[in-house]
Structures are given as C-alpha cells and as structure tokens.
Write a protein that binds this ligand. Structure first.
Ligand SMILES: *Cc1c(COP(=O)(O)O)cnc(C)c1O
Length: 821
C-alpha cells in the first residue's frame, strides 16, 4: 500500500517536473515554497483564459443582449461547477461569489451584527487574523483551544444561555495557515447540534481557505456540513482573484437581517415619497452579490478548474502527492543536526506521517532555526539568504496571532511588550528577549516536486548546519598597534541616497560633520504615492544614477548610465543653492514628511517637472520617483530651516553646543545613511572575503569594494605591509585618529549587511555573492557583518575642538594617516 502510493506520487512528481518549465516560466531557477500564500498560475490557464476573452464578448448580466446572456449562462454554469467541486448539492447549498475568504467572513458578520441582540462569538486559537477580527463585532467573544472546542463538541457550550434570541457563531480553520495543523471537520455539526437544544441557535463557520488548496472538501452530507464555508480560489488555482462563501441553505434565514441592498439584489425599489424595496427571493446569492459581479474573474475560474484538472488530476491526487512530499520535507528538516548533536530546526507543525493515512496536518512545515550554540537565527537574516538563493518562502507572524503565540510560547504581555519595544510585522528585530517572534513557513502544493523539497533541505543544511567543532571564524583578538601604516585609501559620498557614489578627488579637503561627510545623502528619491524613500534593495537600477558634485558651477549633475528611451535626457543638473522656487510650497514651509527605514523625516520636494521627470522616466519603471532635499532624520518634525545640517550655502552649522547632552545628540545626528554617520571598510578584509569566494570555486564572483557602499576605505600603505594587517581587525577598533590633526572618530560597531551588497554597482546586476560567502564566514548571532560604523567625535584632540569652536568643521583627504586604538 505504502510502496504503491509512493510509486504513484513519484510518478506525479516526474510528470510535474516534465511540464514545470513550460507551465511556470516565471519560476525558472527558483523554488516555490509559499503555497499557503498563493499558488503560482500555470501558463496554459492564462493562455486559455486569453483565448476565451478574445473570442467571446462578455457583457453585464441581466439584459437581453447576446453578450449579456452569454455572461449569465456562463456564470450559472460555473456556480454549479463550484458546488460540484465540493460535492455540494445545489438543493442544499448556495455559492456567493466574493473577493476572497475574508470578504466571505465579513458578509456573515455583517448580517449577524444586524441581528436584534447581536451575536456571541467563539473562535479557535489557530484562526487566521480575518477570523479573529470578527470578535470586535460580537457582544461576547471567546478564544478556544482544542480542549475547549472538544468539550463544546461533547455538549458543554462555553457561553451561558440567554433568555434572548442572540445567536452564537463558532468559527475555526479546517487547516491552520500557520503550521498546517488540521481540525476535525466534525465540529461543524457537533457544535451546532449541541447548543441548539440550549436555546440559542449556533451557527458554524469553517475557514477552508488553507485546507482546500491540497485536499478535497466533501460537502455531500448537508446535515453535517458547516453552515458557512469560506475559501479563496487563487489559493487553489493561482488565478483568478476570487473567493466563495458557501452557505448551507438551512442557515439561509440568518441573512434575513441584512439591511443594505445594492444593485442587482432587488426586484423593485421605490424612492422619493415612499421607501420600499423587494429583495430578490429565489437564491441567496442574488441578495448578497451587490453590484456588478466580477464577471471576468468568474469566467476565468472555469479555465482555472480545467487547467488544474488537466495538469494535476483530482484533488485526491494532489492530496496524496503533497502528503508524500510533506513527509519528505518534515523528515529532512527534522534529521538535520549540528556536529554537537543539537537539532538545527525546531518544528512547530504536527509531525507528518505518524498516522499514515490521514495526515494530522496539511503540507506545511513551520519552524525556526537554532545555531549550534542553541541561539535562534534571525528570520530577517534567513529571509535575505533564502531570497538570494531564489526560494519563495514566507517568514514572520503569517497572519495567525493565536497560532504563533502558542507555537512560540509567547504570553500576551510578551507580545504587548514586543510591540511597545518597536516590533512590527516585517521588521528586522525579530528575536526579542531571546525568543523568536515569528516562524519560517515552507508550504507545498500541487506543483511542488521532490527536487523542490530536496533543494530546500540541502539549503538549510548548507547554511545553518554547523559541522565544525570550533566556530567557523573566531572573532578577532589581535592587539592593535599605536604606530600605523594605515591610510585613507579612498573616500566616497552618496549625494542621493541609494544611488551611485561620488569619489572625493585626491588632494581635496573634505569636510566632516557630526552627521557624516559633507554632501553625503543630502537627497533622496521618494515614491510619489507613499512618500517612502526608494532604495536599491528594491530598485537595483538606482546604482546607475551617477551624481557628480561640481562646485565650480554650483551644480549637482546627475547622469543615468542605463538604457533609456531616446526622447529622455541622459543627464540633468540641479543647483546646489537652495532656491526656494524649486521646492513645493505647502503649509509646513514647503516640507513634507517622508519615511526612511520607518523613520519619519522632513524633506522638501522639488517641484520642477524637468527634475522629477528625469527620475521617474528612466530608472524606476514601477514607481514615480521624486527628488527631495532632505532635512533632518528626526522623529519629531523640524520645520526651521535654520537648523539644516546640510552643506547648502547659508546653512552654516550651528556653533558647537556646550552642554554634554546637546553634544551627544549632535553626534547621533545622521543623514539618510540609515545607520551611522560614516561607514568604513578595510581592503585586507575585502581581500580575505575574496579569497574565501575563490576558495568556493567562484573565481568570477570576486567582488569590488563598491558593493559595500563605504564612505572611507582604509588600506595599508604598501603591499609589503599588507600581510601585517589582519583581516577584520577593524571589528576590534574602538576609535580612530585620522590625518595630521588627528581628528578623533568613535567606532560605533560592525555594520550588519543585507542582500543589497549583491548588487554590482557598475552594472546594477544582482548575484548571490558576497552575501552567500559572508553568511558562511561572517555570521554572528545569526546576523551578517562587514565593515564598521563610525562618527566624528568632537571630544577628540584639543586642536580640533578649537577649530570647530571657530565655526569650522575638520577636513579629511585621501592619503591621510589612520591610527587605530
Ligand atoms: C489565506 C487564508 C485566509 C485569508 O484569505 P484571503 O484570501 O486573504 O481573504 C484566511 N484563512 C486561512 C486559513 C487562510 O489560509
């Protein structure tokens, strides 16, 4: 039995392998492991939908024209087909088309809220956020764990019976979207039955959105079926964006309290002197589908179901296949151990294959990774590497607050504390107080193959399994010397955040301020819609925007080094003077708040169409970019232009403050460089990294220092002394003195890296190095580091303080002596 099923499913895998490249050209070279998010859509589905759309005209239903009639009859057929897909008899069930599962839930809530005494609500703790939110509309609500739900199913209703008619709604997922855990379909009936006798009518809502992606759902028995079943079709078929609310007809009367009516839901409406309307009465869906149906989406569903059947067979086939793959993934991840015997993956999903026939969970493995010292690996870090290695996989809280809390053992107070210490979905601080705040979720589907699973397990092993006894790279402990052969090898500034660099020419004295090198990150490009500063991380082509500072002409010249359409100009000049007529005037002195890395900043937006068209025209095809002159990265908005830290003429720096507190706040003031005023790297470290890359056989991937976007590159004076300076010694520096005047710089710690270092700054092309090698050799506490942050410290030498007191900032130049301490 087991072997024949195995043979069958590996046959399925081979079949999918054979059509994968053709059906999913957009996935070439990558591994898709986010079926719980959505499934990819096959090419043949899109082709047949386009054929249908281009050979037939579909009009708005409810009129006599042939195009309208065609829509009506196709939609009727598809509605029936949906019921048949779930073995639901149209005599017992009706399908209401909705935008997605969430919209289906809201339809039910809307009507229950309108009941004379409202409703009481209980939901299982594994519920998706969309089910949790229903509680805000209920009179009383309860979150139940497995045991409490079982007790209810056995006859103990958790609510007290009311004298009034207030109905109860119980909702739960057939399968958790967080860890794939499945819950008894039988609850739909037992819980409904067990409270009906108590007086208050209980309705059951089954969230089948995750379950139906990989399993057949059988509603053939109307007595035991849930009253309401919600799901999203895009999760099963990849397309169209459409969902369904399937209503058991015996529960239809609950919708009698619905008050609102929209176009298409009424037989007659009287306005003006009388207010009267007659709702459509034959089918429930006629009353609940307000306005014009998503005609083309519904019609696409037909093609989607055809393609799915053609490619994958029945949902039972999909279920067997994903069950088999799930077992392989589960075993693969569970078996990974560090050299010291500790497990690599902590898995939250129910173990697959314990009960051989009925999986306890769907094809989802939710887990976290620990290093050999048992410390958690940061999710953000994992995601960076997985993305670079072309895995599509979800990490984080995955919209399942109760499931996450119980899997990770987070108490409500801890979640609140995490929230108040700045944690939000999608932020980088994902290990708080030693506990992870989310999970890695690998989910499989109909188009997954054995090789997807094996590639992923091999990836986790390659990067996270520690087979060496001592740590791969011990932290440096070399004793720094006082005499130094180190020099400033080169200096760069990045006038426009996330764009190309401008190299400080040799022999030029460049001003250093507490917030960084002069003219560094004075401008940024912002998305016109969101006000967010754009970054190379998302728009690699920004590397091709090359600024030059021309003090002779008082201009910032910006050249675009990529390909552009012939009618656009390749270069633009922006005056360095702060000409007010160039900026947008608004109530806040021409400023508008923008966001850089989540921090609110104040920025002035250029109003010149020439300037703005230059930036929106070429580099960013998907977003309108705006050039802004940036002011202060302060969370409290500052509107006084006199305090600008920039180098614009007239913006004389404020005289150095006297009090210590003011001084330290000055030091922390930074421009748009995200983390620190100045970023430095050393060439010996770069050489070590390149040697490592070469060792792994990637000769062609040797990288240039540019990718680290440093302000100061430090190198030994001559090749001869090079060997005397150890790589990564900069990690141990606590301060630097640079130049003849020995300007003092305070080291602020190592620089954490993301996959932006993989963008070649010459070509804007992405590769996997150096991040992959850094992840193997420079990972500490689950984070990857290269280079050091530093800032100019006014408390340095006496000479220097005297200089700044005169209102001038110190300067650096290429070739200056660097003395670490
Ligand atoms: C995806 C999902 C939802 C939400 O679906 P939408 O399409 O976003 O409305 C709800 N519940 C579960 C279990 C899901 O997996």
């Amino acid at each position: 039995m087991e072997t024949s099923k195995h043979a069958m499913t590996s046959g399925y895998s081979a079949r999918v392998e054979a059509f994968r490249d053709e059906e999913y050209p957009m996935l070439k070279g990558s591994v898709y492991l986010d079926h719980a998010g959505t499934t990819p859509y096959p090419k043949s589905l899109m082709d047949s939908f386009v054929r249908d759309m281009t050979s037939n005209l579909y009009g708005n239903p409810h009129s006599g024209s042939s195009s309208s009639q065609l829509s009506t009859s196709r939609i009727e057929d598809i509605r029936l087909r949906v019921l048949q897909f779930f073995k639901a008899d149209p005599a017992d069930f009706d399908v209401v088309f909705v935008a997605n599962a969430t919209a289906g839930i809201r339809l039910v809530v809307e009507t229950l809220r309108a009941a004379p005494d409202g409703f009481d609500y209980a939901y299982h703790q594994a519920s998706h956020t969309s089910l949790v939110g229903v509680r805000e509309e209920a009179r009383n609500s309860l979150c139940l764990d497995d045991r409490q739900a079982e007790e209810w199913a056995a006859g103990h209703c958790p609510f007290e019976t009311h004298a009034d008619e207030r109905p109860i709604l119980f909702a739960y997922p057939a399968q958790s979207n967080m860890d794939g855990n499945r819950f008894p379909l039988g609850w739909s009936e037992t819980i409904r039955r067990n409270t009906a006798s108590g007086g208050n009518r209980t309705y059951t809502l089954l969230d089948a959105a995750a379950y139906v992606c990989s399993s057949p759902l059988d509603l053939s028995c109307a007595e035991t079926a849930p009253d309401f079943t919600v799901l999203s079709f895009y999760k099963i078929f990849g397309f169209p964006d459409l969902g369904a609310l399937i209503v058991r007809r015996q529960a239809e009367e609950v919708f009698n309290t619905t008050k609102y009516f929209g176009g298409g839901t009424v037989d007659m409406v009287v306005c003006l002197k009388e207010q009267w309307h007659a709702p459509k009465s034959q089918f429930l869906h006629e009353r609940l589908e307000h306005g014009t149906l998503p005609i083309h989406n519904i019609i696409a569903l037909d093609a989607a179901m055809d393609a799915h059947k053609r490619l994958f067979g029945s949902m039972m086939d999909v279920s067997n296949h994903t069950f088999f793959l799930h077992k392989r993934l589960d075993r693969g991840l569970r078996s990974l151990r560090h050299r010291n015997g500790k497990t690599v993956c902590t898995i939250y999903s129910p173990q697959s294959g314990l009960q051989d026939k009925h999986p306890a969970g769907g094809p989802v493995v939710a887990f976290n990774i620990r290093n050999s010292q048992h410390a958690w690996v940061s999710l953000a870090e994992f995601e960076k590497l997985a993305t670079l290695k072309n895995f599509h996989i979800r990490t984080g809280g995955v919209c399942n607050p109760g499931g996450i809390a119980s899997a990770l053992g987070l108490q409500p107070w801890e979640m609140r504390q995490n929230f108040s210490s700045g944690f939000r979905c999608g932020t980088e601080n994902d290990i708080l107080a030693g506990k992870p705040t989310g999970v890695i979720r690998a989910s499989l589907g109909a188009m997954s193959t054995i090789s997807d699973v094996d590639t992923f397990v091999a990836f986790v092993a390659e990067f996270y399994q520690d087979l060496s006894l001592p740590p791969a790279v011990p932290l440096h402990t070399a004793q720094p010397s006082t005499r130094s052969d180190l020099r400033v090898h080169s200096m760069s500034i990045y006038p426009i955040k996330s764009c190309g660099h401008f190299q400080v020419p040799p022999g030029v004295d460049w001003e250093v301020r507490p917030e960084g090198l002069a003219w560094d990150r004075e401008w940024c490009l912002v998305h016109q819609g969101t006000g967010q500063a754009l970054s190379q991380k998302r728009y690699p082509k920004m590397a091709l925007i090359r600024p030059t500072l021309d003090f002779g002409r008082g201009e910032l010249r910006v050249m675009y080094a990529g390909e552009i359409s012939p009618h656009l100009s390749q270069e633009i000049s922006i005056p360095l003077s702060k000409n007010p007529s160039l900026f947008r005037l608004s109530t806040t002195l021409g400023s508008r708040s923008s966001r850089v890395c989540g921090e609110e900043i104040l920025a002035q937006t250029y109003i010149s169409t020439e300037i703005n068209e230059f930036f929106s025209g070429k580099s960013m095809r998907h977003s309108k970019a705006h050039l802004q002159k940036h002011q202060l990265p302060l969370s409290a908005p500052m509107v006084t232009t006199s305090k600008l830290p920039g180098s614009f003429p007239g913006d004389r720096p404020p005289s150095p403050p006297d009090s210590d507190t003011e001084r330290s706040s000055q030091q922390r003031r930074i421009l748009l460089s995200n983390e620190s005023p100045i970023l430095a790297i050393t060439l010996p470290s770069l050489d070590a990294l390149n040697a490592e890359i070469r060792r792994s056989g990637n000769h062609k991937r040797v990288i240039s220092p540019d990718v680290f976007r440093a302000n100061i590159v430090i190198a030994p004076l001559s090749q001869a002394t090079k060997t005397a300076i150890e790589p990564y010694v900069e990690d141990t520096w606590s301060s630097l003195q640079i130049g003849d005047n020995r300007h003092n710089f305070e080291m602020l710690g190592s620089c954490r890296r993301c996959h932006m270092v993989c963008i070649n700054q010459e070509t804007a092309e992405k590769s996997e190095e150096p991040f992959v090698t850094l992840s193997k050799t420079r990972r500490f506490d689950g984070k990857v580091f290269f280079g050091v942050h530093m800032c100019y410290s006014e408390t340095g030498g006496d000479v220097m303080t005297a200089v700044t007191r005169k209102g001038r900032f110190p300067t650096l130049r290429v070739g200056d002596v660097v003395v670490p301490s």
